[in-house]
Design a protein around this ligand. Structure first.
Ligand code: SB9
Ligand code: NI
Length: 190
């Protein structure tokens, strides 16, 4: 399983490269990569295990963050706290491979708390404006193609992960002069 020492940090060129497309069937190494990335998210979201292994909790992890420049990312977005109808089912859970955003809303959304990144040790305050709704096409570990619509938090997380596959980091989107200014009628998500 991955630990914090395995996470590449800002300054490592792998985080600024465009990751390579993945071909199917996946190699054994790629299958293990997918499993281990998802495992990190699951363990990191369990408060006891997170503490035990000294992890930082995460809702996504992209392959370049473990030093592999391939278009693959694990996403595990837990249900919103207080959602009784969720039954504990994640809002989104999959390893997304060769993801493409095929369409996006004009409407922007941003998290009130800003974003963080396992590869960025410092806190970079500011709003990260993203598309509120996206249509995402990707392949899963079996090579099956999915085309799904996401909105709000899961859409934000997937855009953060896809950025990693294109060599972008969240703070690239923060307005340098006015970090807490977002485009007009940006939906604020807390
Ligand atoms: C927040 N966290 C993530 C994405 C968007 C918003 C709060 C994922 C953080 C983990 N990470 O660095 C994945 O790339
Ligand atoms: Ni990140």
């Amino acid at each position: 399983m991955y630990l914090m020492k395995d996470i590449t940090r800002d300054g490592n060129p792998v985080l600024r490269k465009r990751a390579a497309k993945v071909e199917f069937p996946l190699s054994k190494e790629e299958q293990d990569l997918a499993k281990n990335m998802m495992k990190y998210l699951e363990v990191s979201q369990d408060p006891e295990l997170c503490e035990k292994y000294k992890l930082r909790a995460g809702v996504g992890l992209a392959a370049p963050q473990v030093g592999v420049s391939k278009q693959m990312a694990a996403v595990l977005v837990p249900p919103l706290e207080g959602d009784d109808k969720s039954d504990g089912k994640p809002l989104f859970k999959d390893v997304i491979i060769n993801p493409v955003i095929v369409s996006e809303s004009v409407q922007y959304a941003a998290l009130t708390e800003g974003e963080g990144c396992l590869s960025v040790d410092k806190d970079v305050p500011g709003y990260v404006p993203r598309h509120d709704r996206i249509t995402l096409r990707y392949q899963d570990v079996n090579g099956e193609t999915h085309q799904i619509r996401l909105k709000n938090y899961p859409a934000i997380v997937c855009q953060h992960e896809i950025d990693h596959l294109h060599g972008m980091l969240f703070y690239d989107h923060i307005n340098k002069e006015h970090p807490f200014e977002a485009p007009e009628d940006t939906i604020m998500i807390s």
